[in-house]
Unconditional design. Structure first.
Ligand SMILES: *Cc1c(COP(=O)(O)O)cnc(C)c1O
Length: 238
């Protein structure tokens, strides 16, 4: 059966990924525990996700609102839930209150909407600001310059708490090229942290996916979001 092979793919991959994360953490002067491994679970069945959680995965991230809602009730409650996909302001109402963190906040407008919805529910939603570090037209997010200009404004929005930055750098053929983007992100992260802005705690730098997570960790990431490397190739890409 389909599920059985997904489970054995996960088993085969998980141990080696753990070792690679440890090695990269040590290379960057940190420990395994300093890095969060978030399983990017788009297209993965709840059966396989729950198996992964049973085996030790502590963070999961979904991309699509509809897909998340359809899986939500069947998901194990033993993992932290993040939203990592593109979120339209008009869909935010379906996500706020249902996940612990929204990693993909790409505009001031979206942060305001999340803040308003959170206040109505009497909660504060942790968010990461998504940075379009390669200035790509195809990607959403703040440019590095915009982040610096707008961080103070965002910090004043009630109902949200900025906990860090997230990025998906451009696809690069060489690992040196991708490192450059990761290093730029790390610098931005450190610079913002140094400003000690009220209501902003730069705790998390979420970058690194299946093909580049070791480089990302070496350059300062502390959340890596892995799909393919854990669960195998998806039938379709989002
Ligand atoms: C799918 C996805 C990932 C994981 O991608 P892989 O290359 O399969 O590891 C990470 N982050 C986001 C935002 C994603 O959509």
């Amino acid at each position: 059966m389909m599920e059985k092979s997904s489970i054995s793919i996960f088993d085969e991959n998980y141990k080696s990924i753990e070792e690679q994360i440890s090695a990269a953490a040590i290379k960057s002067g940190r420990k395994r525990e300093d890095i969060i491994l978030l399983a990017a679970t788009k297209t993965v069945s709840t059966e396989v996700i729950n198996y992964a959680i049973e085996k030790g995965i502590k963070y999961i991230g979904e991309n699509r609102v509809q897909e998340f809602l359809s899986k939500e009730n069947e998901l194990s409650t033993n993992a932290h839930r993040h939203f990592i996909g593109h979120l339209q302001s008009n869909k935010a109402k379906d996500i706020v209150g249902r996940v612990e963190m929204i990693e993909s906040v790409h505009s001031v407008k979206l942060a305001r909407v999340i803040g308003e919805l959170s206040k109505k529910k009497g909660i504060v939603t942790d968010i990461l600001l998504e940075v379009n570090i390669g200035n790509e037209d195809s990607k959403s997010g703040f440019t590095a310059q915009e982040i610096s200009e707008k961080i103070e404004e965002i910090s004043k929005i009630s109902g949200v708490k900025v906990k860090g930055l997230m990025a998906i750098p451009p696809i690069c053929e060489k690992s040196d090229e991708i490192r450059k983007y990761f290093a730029q992100m790390n610098k931005l992260f450190i610079d913002i942290r140094a400003k000690k802005i009220d209501n902003v705690s730069m705790d998390y730098l979420s970058m690194g996916m299946s093909s580049d997570f070791a480089e990302a960790i070496e350059e300062g990431s502390n959340i890596v979001r892995l799909g393919t490397a854990l669960f195998g190739k998806r039938n379709y890409n989002i």
